[in-house]
Design a protein around this ligand. Structure first.
Ligand code: 6R9
Length: 651
């Protein structure tokens, strides 16, 4: 049995050495919410501004006139803040350690000086291809240094990047290229991962079949695979780079100019393009990186995320580099060549702060401690987790087996929309409880509302939906091309608050415990997936009449994807079709969206007005049909018996 009541106070050594101990946290937190403009005005000084700001905060959450601006009259360049300003003091320090997929291949150590040169050259290549300030550039990249160069090169010339995770399908890629009318797609020949190569260029070619506007392709050579190049459309980076200069002055950008677009899943419709801007985002990414991980000069920091997700944006590239850190970028997977790889890399590069996802911890926990024990992990000072609630068993394993009880765990709750951590312990300040994201970061005022009425629950102990009372600099500003959708998604249901979409409990000590999404978003291995997206992929198949998708508890992934499918009249519900539908969804969206279980059903439970009763589908998927609740409002109550009789998830 896991002792979940046990709490873990910071050690005296940690509290003494950290950027913040408890007294500092309490004082700074109180200041930050009492006078946000003064607090963030001061924090803004951690960046180098071309023209200093005079206004710090200009925000209204008032529906429907929501508008969020931070440091609005200041100008800066994000790449210059992440590179140039460090050159004098730490030009020869390693900025990026790159660890390749195969441990047989050599790691790279890229200094700030080398990073500067590579980013300037990359920026000049983009200019050669016609990219100008404000243009969109889509990235579909392996985890190689060029991915970071490309992001920073965009930032340097004021282009807006939109990264598409390399595991997404050509269709998903095309939708994002079209959605932002990108001028250039940056990709690579292939992406090695776990000993296998994904054919990125081939996927990109497929995507271009449905790209509706003129778009060029810049291709990085990673594996040297033989790929087709189309004249006047496709360009090799190493060829164009031959002719460009090392010098590329950083563009002066307004604090509120967009830095990037990142698509993320919501409860309805297709993924939306979350827009983050330059000044506030970078202040927030840098500050959270410094305090949450208690990063100190000279530390080696490793976040295992992919740059295709927000965690890779804020905590591999922007936050760490803004702080002049050494950030490790890993191309591979936790289980290749074996389940000891993470720990081998920690030992090899003497990693001080390590940040990963609960799904990886659970998977490695399942392989046994013998994959951890051979390695010297004494360099580890802080262990982080992100992406989904971490169950106390996994928390304890992380703490005991990996951290040997010496490294505090920071369970960081945040979202693509929030730009950086909102709820998190600080290593020297916060007593942790396994499974709780603990307390708010500076400037964050979480509130718990009653889901139905929207009334704020003021008692310390509370359970309901999690909202945030006021803005912070790292908050998203809009949905790309659809500000109305931004306002209606996050500010309509609970007026005057930012609505997170998560359920949450606050305990007697005021600690926050995320209970999971309250909307139709499921969290598969820490990746957000809208059930609507998977459903629309399924119904696009000619044999499918109707589909409903829900999540169910999955030991490793957190949630698995359970799909109920009704077929067109006359179609046979057999194993072949099940396989075909799995492949179909992989192709439409990508491997992460593949349903774990598909149940063929003659009908779905619906109300008389035709609304699918997801509550019932969730219960059946959870194999918990003893408590289906009221089914009397169903149009055809008998379909439920069939669903139960043929359920796929029997315990
Ligand atoms: C950073 C990231 C956001 C959703 C979020 C929540 C879940 C993330 C969590 C967590 C419990 C944590 N989530 N971190 N739940 N504890 N520490 O993951 O962004 O991909 O947008 O997902 O993930 O449900 O609303 P994103």
């Amino acid at each position: 049995m896991t002792d979940t009541a046990k709490t873990y106070p910071p050690s005296a050594e940690m509290a003494a050495a950290a950027h913040a101990d408890k007294a500092t946290y309490d004082q700074m937190y109180a200041d930050s919410v009492k006078d946000p403009a003064a607090f963030w005005g001061e924090q803004g000084k951690r960046l180098q501004w071309m023209k200093p700001y005079s206004k710090v905060k200009n925000v209204t959450y008032e529906y429907p006139d929501v508008s969020i601006k931070w440091y609005e009259d200041g100008t800066l360049n994000v790449a210059a803040n992440c590179i140039d300003r460090h050159l004098e003091e730490r030009g020869d320090q390693t900025a990026i350690i790159w660890e390749p997929d195969s441990p047989e291949d050599e790691a790279k150590h890229i200094t700030y000086k080398q990073l500067h040169r590579s980013v300037c050259r990359f920026a000049n290549v983009l200019k050669e291809l016609g990219v100008e300030k404000g243009d969109r550039v889509v990235l579909y990249m392996p985890m190689i240094p060029e991915a970071a160069y490309a992001m920073l090169a965009c930032a340097r010339i004021g282009a807006i990047h939109s990264i598409v995770f390399a595991g997404f399908s050509p269709d998903a890629l095309a939708a994002r290229i079209n959605g932002s009318e990108a001028k250039v797609l940056i990709t690579a020949d292939e992406a090695p991962r776990g000993g296998r190569n994904t054919a990125l260029k081939v996927n990109a070619d497929k995507a271009f079949e449905t790209v509706e506007h003129k778009c060029k392709m810049l291709v990085v050579q990673r594996t040297g695979a033989d790929v087709a190049m189309e004249n006047e459309r496709d360009f090799w980076l190493h060829e164009v780079e031959g002719d460009v200069s090392d010098d590329c002055p950083p563009e002066e950008m307004n604090a509120e100019d967009p830095l990037f677009i990142l698509y993320t899943s919501g409860s309805t419709g297709m993924p939306k393009g979350v827009v983050h801007t330059s000044g506030g985002y970078l202040v927030y990414a840098a500050m959270t990186h410094q305090y949450t991980f208690d990063y100190h000069d000279g530390d080696v920091y490793w976040c295992t995320a992919d740059v295709g997700w927000v965690t890779g944006h804020s905590y591999i590239v922007y936050g760490p580099l803004a702080n002049g850190a050494t950030t490790l970028m890993f191309e591979g997977v936790p289980t290749y060549p074996d389940a000891g790889r993470f720990w081998a890399v920690c030992e090899k590069h003497k990693v001080n702060q390590f940040y990963t996802a609960p799904t990886a911890i659970r998977a490695l926990m399942g392989k046994g401690p013998e994959f951890v024990e051979p390695y010297d992990l004494s360099s580890l000072k802080v262990l982080g987790t992100v992406g989904e609630p971490i169950n106390p068993e996994a928390w304890n394993w992380y703490n005991d087996v990996v951290g040997k009880g010496r490294a505090p765990i920071v369970d960081t709750w945040w979202q693509t929309e929030t730009g950086g951590h909102l709820l998190t312990p600080l290593p020297g300040a916060t007593t942790t409880k396994p499974g709780s994201a603990t307390l708010p970061f500076f400037g964050i005022e979480p509130v718990i509302l009653e889901a139905e009425s929207g009334a704020e629950i003021s008692s310390t102990e509370a359970e309901g939906v999690l909202c945030i009372r006021d803005s912070w600099p790292g908050q998203m500003r809009t949905v790309w091309g659809d500000h109305k959708r931004f306002v209606s998604t996050y500010f309509e249901q609970y007026k005057g608050y930012y609505f997170t979409g998560d359920g949450c409990r606050r305990d007697a000590d005021g600690y926050y415990w995320i209970t999971g999404r309250v909307d139709d978003v499921i969290n598969v291995s820490g990746h957000r997936m809208g059930t609507a997206e998977v459903e629309s992929a399924l119904v696009a198949h000619p044999k499918v009449a109707e589909a409903a998708v829900v999540g169910y508890p999955h030991d490793i992934k957190g949630q698995g994807i359970y799909a109920y499918v009704t077929l067109m009249a006359g179609e046979a519900a057999d194993e072949d079709l099940r396989k075909e539908l799995e492949t179909w969804v992989r192709k439409e969206i990508g491997p992460i969206a593949k349903p774990d279980l598909i149940q063929f059903a003659p009908g779905l439970p619906k109300t008389r007005s035709g609304k699918i009763m997801r509550r019932i589908l969730r219960k059946v998927a959870e194999d918990d049909f003893g408590s289906l609740g009221d089914t009397s409002t169903l149009a055809e109550p008998e379909v439920v018996d069939d669903l139960i009789a043929n359920r796929m998830n029997r315990k």
